[in-house]
Ligand binder design. Structure first.
Ligand code: ZN
Length: 373
């Protein structure tokens, strides 16, 4: 979802990035803050207002990064790797590479973020008190930051998955019943109720005079939460259903091959269009030398197909991603997503023993969920 983000640095091995939607909210928020300062401090100069608004907005985003770092550092301390923190239109997201394995881990990771926000609220409040004899500008900015961090902490504690409060709620039910599935179902239901509540109040508030934008904003947040709750539910059950199925059990063992000197046109007409398989292992003297896929040749002009051997468009074997028969379906789908590939050879030590493509895996997952339901 947030793949196209701009990297701005990294902390403790975690990549910090901003998604392009972040710039929209940066602009909206700093303009709203400028309007607020203009109204409450008519005596401030134009440049003071703009500068304060921009710096305060930046500090707000630093607060969000610290909130996400709170989650991430606890996650890392409890053995859950975190790849990236991404800022986007609705706040921040820390991307963990897997779900928490125990209720306690889930609980501590979830609670860490709001705790950081509460601490930041207290710090900014103290700063606003200390700065009040010296600078009305700083006091006003610190005051706003104290309030927004407090609101952030409280909003995030609402028990609707995937908000932090929803994760806490999930961990508590998981702990009480000993059943992680039950925790997920309840927390996702909570998330959907919260999402509907937000959309409904957005619709009502939007009808009030001059509140249309605020109402639409609430509806958008509600809509996003609803999609996120449903997406998390699906991701959770997909992972649970497929984490124990090894790729060796479901891979295809008859591997489509094509010899390295075969012209592209011959591979297309003689093989791909007949078998429906969009890729093949390229071999030379019975040794695999690469992988050719439909995507590799689609950029090659059609008139060149008769003279171009598949070898010149293939991905050579040393740059090839492979998976092991012991990898789970879930892990393999993750690898495919990461490297943006649709098929991958299965290799046992040095030998390629099988073959999987995304479509096949999705079909297997669907069958699993149909049978187990
Ligand atoms: Zn959080």
């Amino acid at each position: 979802m947030l793949e196209s983000s701009l990297r701005i640095g990294s902390i403790a091995g975690i990549r910090i990035g901003v998604h392009y939607t972040w710039f929209i909210v940066f602009f909206l928020l700093s303009s709203a803050l400028a309007a607020f300062f203009r109204e409450t401090h008519a005596e401030w100069s134009g440049s003071t207002i703009v500068l304060t608004a921009v710096l305060t907005t930046l500090m707000y985003f630093v607060s969000i990064v610290l909130h996400e770092l709170g989650h991430s550092l606890v996650a890392i301390a409890r053995g859950v790797e975190v790849r990236a923190i991404t800022l986007f239109i609705f706040g921040g997201i820390a991307q963990a590479e897997k779900d928490a394995e125990t209720a306690a881990t889930e609980f501590y990771i979830a609670i860490a973020g709001p705790l950081v926000s509460f601490v930041l609220a207290a710090l900014f409040y103290m700063l606003s008190v200390w700065s009040s004899p010296y600078s009305a500008t700083f006091t006003e900015a610190f005051n706003w930051l104290a309030t927004i961090n407090f609101v952030l902490a409280v909003f995030n504690l609402v028990p609707g998955y995937p908000l932090d409060g929803g994760r806490v709620f999930r961990a508590l039910i998981w702990r009480l019943t000993g059943n992680a599935d039950k925790g997920t179902r309840w927390a996702v239901l909570g998330g959907k109720i919260v999402a509907f509540g937000l959309m409904l109040s957005g619709a009502l508030i939007g009808l009030l005079p001059g509140m249309l934008i605020n109402g639409l904003w609430l509806i958008a947040i509600g809509w996003f939460l609803f999609a996120a709750a449903e997406g998390s539910r699906r991701a959770y059950f997909t992972q649970r259903l497929t984490a124990h199925v090894q790729i060796g059990e479901v891979m295809r063992t008859e591997i489509p091959t094509v010899s390295a000197d075969t012209p592209i046109v011959q591979w297309i007409d003689g093989q791909m269009l007949r078998t429906g398989q969009r890729s093949a292992l390229v071999v030379e003297n019975n040794q695999p030398v690469g992988l050719i896929t439909l995507n590799d040749i689609i950029r090659c002009p059609r008139v060149q197909w008769p003279e171009t051997p598949v070898r010149s468009k293939m991905t050579p074997v040393n740059r090839l991603h492979t998976v092991k028969p012991s990898n789970s379906i879930f892990e393999v789908l993750q690898i495919m997503r990461e490297h943006n590939i649709n098929q991958v050879p299965v290799a046992n030590e040095e030998n390629i023993v099988g073959w999987v493509d995304r479509e096949h895996l999705l079909k297997i997952i669907q069958l699993h969920s149909t049978v187990e339901r």
